[in-house]
Design a binder for this molecule. Structure first.
Ligand code: ADP
Ligand code: ZN
Length: 448
């Protein structure tokens, strides 16, 4: 289903609207954000040089580091009195990426998210159980405002709280569930244990995103929960969830709201623009945001764009495929963005730990677990003693209270910085793999 008329735009009309909006945005950032003025001037580009959509390629890229360099409000085009909401997502080090919204921005985002629900067949008669996390993370409030804009009844339960989620699915008769795909399967497992028959629940559709998933996982979710599972993509910097979404008619590729975002695909190594059908890094320019517009933002997400054609849902918008990877090393652990460098920063602050570490990720009972494996320094190992194992190797006396304290302290500092609970395993010096070239720090054993 369609939420608003603009969703039917296509062809020259859409292009004309995109160009007008792009020109306005470029003028806005040039006049109001020092970073953009500097980066455009460096390339010798003025806002009036943007005469066609093709001219977009002349503009410089924006990357996460630029947002960090201008922390917290340096990328905003308006004074704080015009801002009504601030969200943040994790950055590559301690500092988060800050995203500001004016009243109009919140309205725009609500409409974009209402489209997501409409495209999934949700109507104002439905009850939406919103299990995306509320807070600094954009997932919860983004879905909340979108469902309200559509007129559906929102149950703002937020993430976690699995038993309650199941009770409400049954008692409130929720028709639509919004959460991460891994949480949907986790809910199923817990529900089954409690004897819930999902086929009998009024639940009809789940709108799932915020982490990578696969067609196999879609099939599993749809079969187990007896629902349609719809893919939803977004990132805080661009607006939050809603950048692209599937329609229930096709469930094949996610429509990008072309009237709000201009998408490009580039070769991540060279920055060169690639034609439709090529796999590469998604770059997005926002053309309606007021407070925090972004020009050619490198999402680091790998996907393929297809040429806009009419879809059976009625939309003409560009489609993108599932995200198939990242062009950087960002991990998504239980929906939280984690950069290995953040964990490395914590490790290096401990004098008893050596710089050799690896991160092992598994999916245990539907949930991601991250184990930090790290070597202690020789002095530490000697000071607490070692034991000889059956195979003749020497191991740390793990029962020693100093070992336990070190593990707990590392765990706590990581949790404080990135908000994710980890397991820690300490290793004897020189027992973790060494690398001649680039170190392989991440062992991702998740099957999704
Ligand atoms: P959000 O609040 O939407 O999770 P973040 O900025 O915290 O936004 O994280 C955004 C990142 O999450 C994206 O750049 C992408 O890597 C990942 N992501 C979001 N939705 C999906 C999806 N449907 N499929 C795969 N990855 C996704
Ligand atoms: Zn469609």
């Amino acid at each position: 289903m369609i939420f608003d008329e603009n969703e039917l735009l296509g062809g020259e009309k859409l292009k004309k609207l995109q160009l007008e909006r792009l020109q306005k945005t470029v003028r806005n950032v040039y006049d109001n954000v020092t970073f953009y003025k500097k980066s455009f001037d460096k390339k010798g580009i003025k806002p009036e040089d943007i005469k066609s959509l093709e001219d977009l390629a002349k503009l410089p890229f924006t990357v996460k580091q630029d947002l960090r360099d201008n922390y917290p409000y340096g990328m905003f085009t308006v004074p704080i009195e015009k801002i009504v909401r601030i969200h943040a997502s994790s950055g590559t080090t301690g500092k988060p990426t800050v995203c500001g919204y004016t009243k109009n921005d919140i309205k725009t985002w609500s409409i974009i998210m209402a489209r997501v629900f409409a495209a999934a067949g949700v109507t104002k008669n439905d009850i939406v159980q919103n299990a995306y996390g509320y807070g600094l993370f954009t997932g919860g409030l983004g879905a909340h405002y979108g469902a309200e804009e559509l007129g559906a009844a929102v149950v703002p339960i937020s993430g976690g709280n699995t038993k309650k989620q199941i009770q409400l699915l049954e008692d409130f008769g929720s028709n639509c569930l919004t959460c991460t795909p891994s949480f949907a399967l986790y809910l199923y497992d817990i529900g089954r244990e409690a004897g819930v028959d999902f086929a009998k629940l009024p639940l009809r559709v789940a709108i799932l995103g915020a982490e990578p998933w696969s067609e196999g996982m879609r099939k599993e979710i749809e079969e187990k929960l007896s629902i349609d599972a719809i893919n939803l993509y977004g990132l805080s910097e661009i607006i939050g969830p809603g950048v692209s979404f599937e329609c229930i008619e096709e469930k094949n590729g996610m429509h990008i709201s072309d009237d709000h975002f201009i998408a490009e695909i580039i070769d991540p190594a060279t920055g060169e623009q690639l034609p439709y059908g090529s796999k590469g890094e998604l770059v997005i320019t926002t053309i309606t945001k007021e407070a925090f517009p972004l020009i050619r933002y490198r999402t680091k997400d790998i996907t393929v764009l297809s040429k806009p054609t009419k879809c059976s849902c009625g939309r003409n918008f560009t489609k993108m495929t599932r995200i198939t990877g990242r062009s950087d090393d960002m991990l998504i652990i239980r929906g939280v963005n984690v950069f290995p460098s953040q964990i490395e920063d914590v490790i290096t602050k401990f004098r008893s730990l050596a710089g050799h570490y690896q991160l092992v990720i598994k999916r245990v009972e539907r949930l991601d677990t991250l184990t930090v494996e790290v070597e202690v320094i020789n002095e530490f190992a000697r000071s607490i003693g070692t034991v000889v194992m059956a195979d003749g190797t020497e191991a740390l006396a793990v029962t020693h209270e100093k070992v336990e304290a070190l593990k707990q302290n590392l765990k706590k500092d990581i949790k404080d910085l990135i908000g994710v609970t980890t397991d820690v395993k300490l290793f004897m010096p020189k027992t973790l793999p060494r690398f001649e070239g680039k170190a392989k720090r991440v062992i991702d054993n998740r099957v999704i």
